[in-house]
Design a protein around this ligand. Sequence first.
Ligand SMILES: [Zn+2]
Ligand SMILES: [Zn+2]
Ligand SMILES: [Zn+2]
Ligand SMILES: [Zn+2]
Length: 451
Amino acid sequence: MNCQSCEKLICCPEHCCDWDNCRCKDCESCGGIGGERVKIPSSSTSARSTNTNFTDDLFSGGLRTHKKEPERSIKDIIQEQAKERLRKQQIEDNLRQAEIESKNQIERARHNEIIASSKAAVEKNKQLLESTAETIDRLRNVINGVKETEKKFKDFQDEFDRIINTGLLSCLGSFEEFTDIDKSYGIARKTTIEEIVSIISSHNSIAIITGAGVSAESGVFTYKNNSETWEIGGKKLSLQEVMNINILESNPLEFWQNIQYNRVRFASCNANKVHYALSDFIQYYNNIGRKASLITQNIDGLDRKILGKNPNLYEIHGNTHEMRCKLNCCEIIFPCPPLNDMIATVPMCPKCGGLARPNVLLYGEGYTEEWYRAETASEVVKSADVLIIIGTQSKCGFPAQRIREFIKSRKHIIEINVEPVIEFGNTYVLPRSCGEVVPQFVKAIKSKVKK
Ligand SMILES: [Zn+2]
Ligand SMILES: [Zn+2]
Ligand SMILES: [Zn+2]
Ligand SMILES: [Zn+2]
C-alpha cells in the first residue's frame, strides 16, 4: 500500500498512511526523522501500540513486516503524549528562537548596512568638507589676489595721478620757475620777419625746436588741451593720460588700440607748408655749408616723411609709426602694424616675441640717446648760435632746458608762437601763427644767403 503522504513507499496502514505526514524511518520524504508516533486511539480501551520496530532483516517480498510491541498502559501513553507535546513545544521554541535569531540577524545586517552607509556618508561629508575647505582656501586666495590687484591698481592710479600731476604741474609753471633766470638777462621783445631773416642769415648754426603748433596747421589733433577720452580699465583717460608707461604696462592692448587709433588720424593728415618750409631750410642751410637742425617734439612723423633719413632731423619724442621691443632685446626699430590692423592682440617684438611698444617717449619716462638721440640733439642746440622756437609752449622738458641755457648764454632766441611764452633773454618774439611766418622767412633766407 502506498504512503498517502509521500506515495512512494509501502507502509503499514496502521502506522503510517493514515497520518497527515509520513514519519516512518525509511520514508524518502521525511529522511528518516521521526520514528515514534502515537496515534490516539478512538477509544482508550482499544488503544494499540503505535510503536513499530522493523529492520532491513525483516524486509522481504517488497513488504515491510512489523514486530508487534506489547500493549502500553494509558499512563504510558499519556506520558508519551506529554513527552511529545514537550518535544513539539521545544521545536516550536527552537523555531521561534531561530525566527528571532533570524530577525535579529536581519536587524543586525540592516544595522550594519546603516552603519556602513552612515560611515560612507560621514566619509563623503568629510571629503566634502575637505574639498569645501580647499575651495574656501582657493576662494580666499582669489579674494586676496583680487584685493592685491585692487591695491596694485589703486597704487598704480595714485602713482599715475602723481606722474600726471607732476608732469602737468611742472608744465603749468612758466620760465619764472627757473629762479636763476630774470630780467638781468634781458627782456623779450617783439620782432618782424625782416629782423628774423637778418638774425638767421648772420649766423652759421641754427637750431629749430618745433611742437604741436606746426602739425596743428595740418589738422593734426593735439594731445594737450584735448577733451577726448579713451576708456582704459573702466576709467576714462585723456589722450595725454593714456600716453603713459604705466598704462602700456597695465593695459597694453587698450593702450595699443589708442596708439593705432591715433596713428590712423595722424596718417590722414599731410605735411603742411610749415613742414615743407622747415625741411627746405634744413636741407638748404646744410647744403650751403652752414648748420641747421630741426628738433621736433611731434610724434606724427610728418617731418620724417619729407626729410627721410636726414640726420639733421631729431624726433626727440619718437615716431608713433615705429615700434621697438619693450624688453630691449635688440636695438632694431620696426614699423608698427599696418594702419588697417584693428589690434585684436598686442603687437609683439618680431625678434623675441615679447611685448612691443611704440618708439615714443611716454609720460613717466626720460629722454634717451639710444632711442631719441636726445643727448646729441641737446649738444646740437647748445652749440647753435640761434635757437628758433616754433609752435610749442616749451614750458617743460627738452625745450625749456634749452631755452634756459640760451638765455643764460645770452645767445639769440627767436620765438614764433601766437601766444609767446619766453619773457627773458636775448629773445625776439613774433606773436603770429607759424603758417604765416615760416614759409616767408625761409624764402627770404634762401634768396639772401648763398654759398
Ligand atoms: Zn508512510
Ligand atoms: Zn509507515
Ligand atoms: Zn512517507
Ligand atoms: Zn624683443
